[in-house]
Structure formats: C-alpha cells, structure tokens
Write a protein that binds this ligand. Sequence first.
Ligand code: 13P
Length: 255
Amino acid sequence: MTDRKPIIAGNWKLNQTHTEAISLVQTFSYELNEQDYDRVEIVVCPPFTAIRSVQLVIEGENLPIGLGAQNLYWEDDGAYTGEVSGAFLKALNCTYVIVGHSERRKFFGETDETVNKRTQAAFRNELTPIVCVGETDEEREAGRTEEVVGRQITEGLAGFTPEQVRSLVVAYEPVWAIGTGKAATPEDANATIAFVRKTLGSLAGDDVAEAVRIQYGGSVSPGNIAQLMAQPDIDGALVGGASLDPKSFAMIVKY
Ligand code: 13P
C-alpha cells in the first residue's frame, strides 16, 4: 500500500454568491469531526468572489479545510483586464487551484499549452495545482481515451521537475460523466487512472508517479464514492453538483 492521503475537493463552479458560500461551508463543517479531517484532506473551491468570505470562515473557526480556486491566469499582475492571478490567490491563503477543467477547455479555449502555463504560475505562487484531464464521449467511442489523456498529461505537464510533479494533484474527469448522473464504473475509472499514473511515470519516474494523488471526477455521489475509493489507484474525488449540498458532500467525505 502507498501512503497517499485521499483528497476530496468540491468544485462549486458558477454557483454560490459570497453570502450563500458562507452558510454552505459552515453547514458542511458542522457535519464533520476530527476523524474525518484525519482520514481525508478536504478542499473547497468557491468562485473567485466568494473566496475571501470562505477564507474568513475557515480561519475564524480554525477549520482544517483547504481553500482552492477554480482557475488562475498565468501572469502575476499587469494589464490583463478581468483576470485573477496566482499571486492574488496566494494572498487569500488559497493552497489549491484547479487547472484545465474540461469546462474551461470547452467554453474558454483552454489548451494543453495554456494548462502548462497556468500550472507554472501555480507553482511559482506556491499553490498546488489540481490538473484536470479527461476524454469526451466521441473520443471514448473512438477508442482514443488513452491517446487523449496521455497527451493532456505529457503536454500539460511538460517541463516540470519530478518534485513538482510529485506535489501536484491530477483529476481524471471523463467529460461524458460530468453532471450527467452517469459516473464511470469504478473499474473503468481505475484503469484510466492507472494509465495516467503510468504516463506520469514516464514523465517523472515511477517512484514519483506512485506518490501522485489522482482523483476521479464526474457524477460522484454519496451512493458511488465508496466503490470508487475502494479502487487501488483512485486517491480521491473532485466533486461538482454534490458538493453544493452540505449533507451530500459530508457523506462523500465520510465514504
Ligand atoms: P459533477 O460532480 O457535477 O458531475 O461535476 C464533476 C466536475 O466537473 C468536478 O470538477
């Protein structure tokens, strides 16, 4: 067995005003006890406008909940209207940042090259990137899952040191499973995640790959989390819809 501590992160996407976010994180924390925090690393990723409010709750109540953002720009400051930098996230005591989510690839022109630049910016600002990969339905049907996911890893993570690769988190999120209620089977998810780990091994060495935490994401729920987590290569979950319900998210953490 490895000593990879499971990491369960909630990606709130474009949901929760800052006032709603305060009560969400508070209600969620009431469901948790010390054992939960010991067993699992817990992270929440609110929209930018709610990060400060969630930070104040987490710090004010001394909650061992990690704070993450859903994206960052690759420059730290300058004339880039509308962008938010890793430096600003670091100043809010964020420790994580999601990079290359499929919704950003689909709606906002994210590419493996921009994923690479954002990942560099995350490291430069001492943020742990949660790098998302995953194939679309068409790619899966065409038998191209490994080709696509392999490319996303090798190009998205090209040029990083083994120490950097060791420290990051990968989220495997098959696009067809996101928000559809149809999660990948635990066996299929594990097989692709094992392939991701193998690819990380050719990039940074097998011992590094063994230490990298790889999450599954896509319709994770209280009903399927235990079987997913029972798989040897699945080290956690990136949870969308179910993380907006404090009871459901707490049940997922307590899988
Ligand atoms: P759902 O859990 O809503 O399927 O979303 C998954 C996801 O995209 C998390 O980043």
